[in-house]
Design a protein around this ligand. Structure first.
Ligand code: INI
Length: 156
């Protein structure tokens, strides 16, 4: 009987080039996502000289900037970081929906793994929890998912 083929992505960031796109909106939260992601990637072998950090206005701009970075073919992976916090208007729903749909589209069309590090929270407290306190750090999660996906795709 033949044995199954197992494909597993090693969490090794050595030699990779990574772009991080980070929204300036809610930067007091997003800065923690950036530092969490950088800390994770460097502990997994990434050379800081191989990181490009791009600051953009808000989450709504994430898809366009990810698209341009993916089209440049300079990066093995991209990290999209931002924080949308619900306010009193429906703006929140539009920004979240467009940012998440847009990022997924860019990833599928370009074939470049994009770590989805967009917090979508009802309150500032929730955002703080997910940016490096009791809810973990969404920047770290997104970095890990991007790294694993890069290493899986290499084997397919
Ligand atoms: N952008 C965010 O990244 N987070 C938010 O919470 C947010 N809210 O709440 O409005 C937000 N809006 C700005 C938006 O992403 C665009 O930058 C802006 O509309 C200009 O295109």
């Amino acid at each position: 009987m033949s044995t199954m083929t197992n494909i597993v992505g090693q969490l090794d960031a050595k030699g990779l080039k990574v772009a991080i796109v980070a929204a300036r909106f809610n930067n007091f939260i997003v800065d923690h996502l950036i530092s969490g992601a950088l800390d994770y990637l460097e502990r997994h072998g990434l050379d800081p000289a191989d990181v490009t950090l791009v600051r953009i206005p808000g989450a709504f701009e994430l898809p366009l900037v990810c698209q341009k970075l993916a089209a440049s073919a300079r990066y093995h992976g991209i990290l999209a970081l931002g924080a949308v916090i619900r306010g009193a208007t429906p703006h929140f729903d539009y920004v979240c929906a467009e940012a998440s749909k847009g990022i997924a589209q860019v990833m599928l069309h370009s074939g470049t793994p994009i770590g989805f590090g967009l917090l979508t929270c009802d309150t500032i407290e929730q955002a703080i929890e997910r940016a490096g306190s009791k809810g973990g750090n969404k920047g770290v999660e997104a970095a890990s998912a991007m790294l694993e996906t890069i290493r899986v795709l290499e084997q397919l």
